[in-house]
Write a protein that binds this ligand. Structure first.
Ligand code: SER
Length: 599
């Protein structure tokens, strides 16, 4: 069965059962607290929480979709069998209940009917999980009884905790509920052989999840409590790539029709075989596909938010292209293949094809410039010696986003040595300081975050110093987090900041950005660092050797900020452009939280 057939079978099945087929929403959600659309229910969130009426807007409370989704959390996992950044999700909904609405029983009945009668899966290989109860929410006995009634025996019903069997909300607040997942046994030969092997096995992927049925009855509110909604909803989701692979007895979607042309074209243009280069092939395939979709929904590569995620994907494509010795613009025929594969399902990949190609070409051009900069630094170092120290390699990696693999390759070409052990210990040292809480390193979307991460780190130091100058020296860093969009900074201060104080802090930081202060890094031992007046709030947790970062006026030598930190930072504050506080709120008693951006 190919991908076109599977989408159609699913949507037809639910249309025949009175569901309205609604087009996928954009990958860019209307809810600004979420970066991308990660689940099919997002476009129905207000209906699920009872704030909007589905009958009025869709003329039905029963809906089915094939939804474009994008999850950033898994970028590092790409290359394995099951993770994708972009993927599709099939889902059906029953929103609210009158005499027509359905709940657990019909959701379960439909799911079994589709999998067994329509797709021909073997009912004896179906396992399910149900919520075993936790906190204020009870064990889902009703679901257990329905599964039993429809012929799934107790030994194939596993009760799991909230971690596995409670779904949502997508952001901090929103509709959510206990869920019941359908898993499928792919065969003993793929198993770990343990007697308790089954759904969510830690040791193997013999039994895989294919469908999540969420019994959406709760709303998680601002205080983190689960309020019972006045209506009951069904929200289900099938990982499309996962089901397609399973139906074709493939362990990965890269081996289904979704990527067949892509992989053979990549073999042809690279002269390499997929089977010998799975990781690079898969990363290129996954990332080109997701870039096409993200751009088609209106994102351009940039240094913040969605644009930064896109930049990261494209740079990885180019980098992995290099590992396959591919020339510049190698991706052009591959982008075409993706556009052709999806243009009948998602029209805008076709109508936006020029913008897609244009954006990728521009990003390649920019990335080549970064690479050039890194290369010229290497050349300079090699004028005086015949090796790169681990620290130097680490500096290239950290400050210029110059990947280790690339440095290794260049070293090999030039016949010089690099000290990987030393690099690893520099990395470890950096990470251990980060872990100590001084600065959390670019969570999740890290590694080659380079320049953007550096800017936000420096902005965090400016903010810390500005708060101490404007609010007083009692301000102390209590936590810090940086992601692709913004910095977050928690600090000791009893009152809510006034709008004037917020403005004063912003103005002071923007002044310091304009004054183009210098950012200097020095390595010293912890005692020396503390004696020099560097601020440190996690003294007991730092290693013996630390980095001290000073932000100062190069003419007057006046110091604006001096902190112990693992970095990375920019060289000059003028690299930051405009600093803006987007939120000031309470974090916990006596601790305030600021979220800020620099663009
Ligand atoms: N919202 C659930 C999920 O994303 C079911 O659709 O898994």
């Amino acid at each position: 069965m190919d991908s076109y057939e599977l989408r159609k079978l699913f949507l037809d099945f639910f249309a025949e059962r009175g569901h309205k087929i609604i087009p996928s929403s954009s990958l860019l959600p209307t809810d600004p607290s979420v970066l991308f659309t990660t689940a099919g229910m997002q476009q129905f969130s207000l209906y699920l929480s009872g704030k909007k009426d589905p009958i009025k807007d869709f003329n039905s409370r029963h809906i089915a979709t094939c939804q474009k989704c994008f999850r950033t959390g898994d970028i590092e996992e790409i290359g394995d069998d099951t993770h994708h950044t972009f993927f599709e999700m099939l889902g059906n909904w029953s929103i609210g209940q009158d005499e027509t609405g359905y709940f657990k029983e019909d959701a379960i009945k439909y799911a079994l009917e589709f999998l067994v009668n329509k797709l021909g899966l073997d009912k004896k290989k179906i396992h399910v999980t149900v919520f075993k109860g936790e906190g204020s929410i009870a064990r889902d006995e009703e679901a257990i009884n329905i599964w039993l009634k429809y012929g799934i025996p107790l030994e194939r019903i596993k009760e799991c905790s909230k971690k596995d069997n409670f779904w949502g909300p997508v952001s901090d607040t929103g509709p959510c509920g206990p869920c019941s997942e359908i898993h499928y046994d792919r065969g003993e030969e793929l198993g770990c052989g343990r007697p308790d092997c089954g759904p969510n096995c830690e040791y193997c992927k013999r039994v895989v999840e294919i469908w999540n049925l969420v019994f959406m009855q709760y709303f998680k509110n601002d205080s983190g409590e689960y309020e019972l909604l006045s209506q009951k909803n069904i929200d289900t989701g099938i990982g499309f790539e996962r089901l397609l692979s399973l139906l074709n007895q493939k362990s990965a979607a890269y081996e289904t029709d979704l990527f067949a042309d892509f992989i053979s074209k990549l073999e042809e243009i690279s002269g390499h075989k997929y089977l010998e280069n799975k990781k690079a092939f898969r990363i290129i395939a996954d990332h080109i596909r997701s870039s096409v979709f993200v751009i088609s929904d209106g994102v351009e590569p940039s240094n913040v938010g969605q644009g930064y995620v896109l930049r990261r994907l494209l740079r990885r494509v180019i980098r992995y292209g290099k590992t396959l010795e591919l020339d510049q613009q190698f991706y052009l025929p591959l982008v075409d293949i993706i556009i052709n594969k999806y243009k009948d399902i998602y029209l805008n990949v076709f109508t936006r094809q020029e913008s897609i190609i244009d954006a990728i070409k521009k990003e390649e051009y920019k990335f080549e410039a970064t690479l050039e900069k890194g290369l010229s630094i290497i050349e300079k170092i090699l004028l005086t010696k015949k090796e790169l120290t681990g620290e130097e390699v680490f500096d290239l990696y950290q400050s210029y986003g110059f990947p280790l693999e690339l440095t290794q390759e260049i070293a090999e070409e030039k016949g010089i040595n690099i000290n990987i052990d030393e690099f690893n210990s520099a990395l470890e040292k950096h990470q251990s300081i980060s872990r100590a809480g001084a600065e959390k390193k670019f969570g999740g979307v890290g590694k080659d975050a380079g320049e953007e991460g550096a800017k936000l780190h420096t902005a965090t130091h400016l903010l810390h110093a500005a708060l101490r100058k404007i609010l007083g020296e009692h301000v102390q860093q209590m936590g810090s987090d940086i992601n692709t969009e913004r910095l977050r900074f928690d600090f000791k201060h009893a009152q809510k900041m006034t709008p004037e104080e917020i403005k004063q802090v912003e103005d002071l930081i923007n002044l310091k950005i304009k004054e183009d202060l210098e950012v200097k890094k020095e390595e010293m031992n912890l005692d020396e660092a503390l004696k020099s007046g560097a601020i440190a709030f996690f003294k007991e947790k730092y290693p013996d050797q630390v980095y001290v970062w000073t932000i100062f006026n190069p003419d007057s030598k006046e110091v604006f900020s001096k902190e112990i930190c693992a970095g990375p930072h920019v060289e000059k504050t003028s690299q930051l452009k405009l600093f803006k506080i987007i939120k000031e709120e309470s974090s916990s008693a006596g601790v305030r939280r600021i979220k800020a951006v620099i663009n």
